[in-house]
Design a protein around this ligand. Structure first.
Ligand code: UD1
Length: 338
């Protein structure tokens, strides 16, 4: 069986690795295709090294662009490759533009299409990822759901029972497989941090970082939280310029994007995490670290049900109040520490 596995952007790598390993263990001929949506060493190469992913068999080199440009470039580069390789199955993971673009190509080819992380829904159509999730699922033959809520979403949308498989969360498989190695990271001492003595922040959603009128109050809220607990913020390239211009005090340490092992280590020892990411809501849940999500909705409600994650939106007063409450409750907290 010849299977193409697609990866394109940072949050894909930790999802594709255990799937490739499992397929190869079962004798599949796995071909790894990297679209090139992410390309900086800090967004890409370090993850391949940390996770032990082999070099991609094909690199499409699409780079950055508007949604339409990026999606179109992936599609026009991926289609001839699918015609040449003639895979039995194409596997896509997650919800980035590369996921949806390759899904559309595969759906119109003789190959069957499998989506890993199917069925997540935020209900927020302003998120590009929501469009990517719904479109990818719609054209998939096999829908691999990470959680029971995702299965319910798919059944509600009319997918047939035999298409939907509750398989668990592959990103969590990777987290647990690498936790001990991550704990050996020296990132805390490199950044002058002590375990349990800092908050970790990530911000990269277009809705939060692209408009200075939205970002400014968010940074003011972070500054206020930082007066109670120093913060470290590995900056996504999309937001790095605006964050630098934000002139934060030295209580908010803005650092380059972290590699996989370093970032897991930073999460595991944080007193609190503030984020607008999807995957970090899940990783903090497994690590038992309190997470405040700077969004009004989540496609990962299981993280809220488990008690580690709170949706605090973008209102600065609400963010600060929730953060101070979490800081007052002490550390550690959450399921993994109970
Ligand atoms: C993408 C995903 C998002 C995911 C995020 C993780 C989509 C629609 N969004 O958002 O779901 O959470 O990845 O990082 O697919 N850039 C670089 N170097 C890189 C990559 C990007 O400098 O290696 C800069 C470029 O200026 C680029 C911008 O970041 O225009 C945005 O990159 P893009 O891949 O379009 O979206 P992300 O914001 O990274």
């Amino acid at each position: 069986m010849r299977i193409i596995c697609v990866a394109g952007a940072r949050p894909n790598y930790m999802k594709v690795k255990p799937v490739m390993d499992a397929l190869e263990e079962r004798g599949a001929d796995v071909i790894l295709v990297h679209t090139g949506q992410h390309y900086d060493a800090a967004m890409n190469d370090v993850f391949f090294e940390d996770l032990g992913i082999r070099r991609p068999d094909h690199y499409l080199g699409v780079g950055s662009g508007s949604h339409a440009v990026q999606t179109a470039r992936v599609m026009t580069a991926f289609e001839p490759l699918v015609e040449q390789v003639r895979p039995d199955i194409v596997v896509v993971v997650g919800d980035v533009n590369s996921t949806m673009a390759c899904a559309l190509v595969a759906a119109k080819s003789p190959a069957r299409l499998a989506h890993v992380e199917a069925g997540l829904r935020s209900g927020d159509w302003t998120m590009p990822e929501e469009v990517n999730r719904v479109v990818t699922d719609r054209v998939s033959d096999y829908l691999f759901a990470p959680s029971p809520d995702a299965v319910v979403n798919l059944r509600t949308e009319g997918f047939r029972d035999e298409q939907v498989h509750l398989v668990g969360n592959v990103m969590v498989d990777t987290l647990l497989a690498n936790l001990e190695r991550a704990k050996a990271s020296d990132v805390l001492s490199r950044l002058g941090l002590t375990a349990g003595g800092y908050g970790l922040v990530t911000l990269h959603r277009p809705a939060n970082v692209d408009d200075p009128d939205v970002l400014r109050p968010l940074l003011a809220a972070l500054e206020e939280v930082a007066q109670h607990c120093p913060l470290v913020l590995p900056a996504h390239p999309r937001a790095a310029g605006q964050l630098r211009d934000g002139r934060m005090s030295d209580r908010v340490q803005i650092v380059p994007p972290a590699g996989y092992l370093d970032f897991v280590a930073l999460q595991a020892s944080a007193k609190l995490v503030l984020t607008d990411s999807g995957g970090i809501q899940e990783e903090t849940t497994v690590l038992g670290v309190p997470c405040l999500t700077l969004r009004d909705n989540t496609e990962r409600p299981i993280t809220v049900d488990e008690g580690t994650n709170q949706l605090v939106g973008r209102d600065p007063a609400r963010i600060v109040k929730a953060a101070l409450e979490v800081l007052a409750l002490g550390w550690p907290r959450g399921p993994a520490h109970r």
